[in-house]
Ligand binder design. Structure first.
Ligand code: ZN
Length: 266
């Protein structure tokens, strides 16, 4: 049977039969696939625990005719993000990202830019203490790469640039207006959110975090807007969204959310 190689991130695992595992893998080359790892749950196995959720791995697999599943032959660990998930807040953020990728990226369709987005966010978490900037960046780019991000920096009606006065997002229309064209209704999109959108569009998450020019409250405000757009785009309930909101309301009550903040100079 011909063997195929790929680079992948483990999205989730399920137990199968006695000792086998099915892993949903997001591969760079083939998009999302479901792979059977034979005997992966035995103590000594050739996959050696490399199929933990969010592990970045290299795999070798084969397919059988007319089967939805592929079969793993080999799995080597490139990079692990397992330790990061000791932070409960980040664990929930990861569950959210996996859910959104599941909803917006079709199976078996290569989406290299989404793959790199997820990997860059996992890597950036090693440097950043807070999850909100990462979630805002993730939501922004998931919407943009899915063709679901409205024009945020210009009024859709009169063409005024919104960098100074901000605008209003009318969710039902999926459009942003200036304050003169829409005086009420919708969600307020403040000028600093628009500057953040322009920054996200041209910089990597690492650059955004390094520049340190945005306060956490701007990340929170912009993320709330983006999240509403994501919820509208995913036409089914997002399971872990309540948990995310709960975390935001009472971050001090949950494990792993110590008072670490990204630098804020504005
Ligand atoms: Zn206008």
């Amino acid at each position: 049977m011909p063997l195929t190689q790929a680079e992948a991130i483990v999205l989730r695992d399920y137990s199968l039969a006695e000792a086998d595992l099915i892993a949903t893998l997001f591969t760079l080359e083939f998009g999302k696939i479901r792979a059977v790892a034979k005997a992966a749950r035995r103590l000594k196995n050739r996959f050696s625990g490399n199929l933990e959720p969010l592990s970045h791995i290299r795999i070798e697999f084969y397919e059988r005719e007319n089967r939805d599943l592929v079969y793993l032959n080999r799995c080597d660990l490139e990079e692990t993000f397992f330790d990061l998930q000791a932070d409960y807040g980040f664990q929930v953020a990861c569950a959210y990202m996996v859910e959104i990728i599941d909803a917006l990226v079709p199976d078996r369709e290569a989406s290299p830019r989404v793959f790199r987005l997820l990997l860059s966010i996992l890597r950036a978490r090693k440097e950043a203490a807070e999850s909100i900037p990462l979630l805002a960046y993730f939501n922004f780019w998931m919407l943009r790469l899915s063709g679901l991000l409205p024009v945020l920096d210009t009024c859709v009606h009169c063409g005024t640039p919104l960098g100074n006065g901000g605008g209003r997002l009318i969710l039902a229309e999926h459009k942003v207006y200036c304050q003169n064209c829409k005086r009420s209704g919708g969600a307020s999109l403040t000028a600093d959110c628009i500057i953040m959108a322009q920054t996200f569009a041209r910089e990597s998450i690492r650059q955004v975090l390094e520049r340190g020019t945005f306060t956490l409250s701007v990340f929170e405000r912009f993320n709330a807007i983006l999240e509403r757009l994501v919820v509208a785009a995913v036409d089914k309930p997002i399971k872990c969204i309540d948990l995310l909101h709960e975390l935001r309301r009472s971050p001090g009550n949950l494990p792993g959310s110590a008072a670490k903040h990204i630098p804020a100079h504005s």
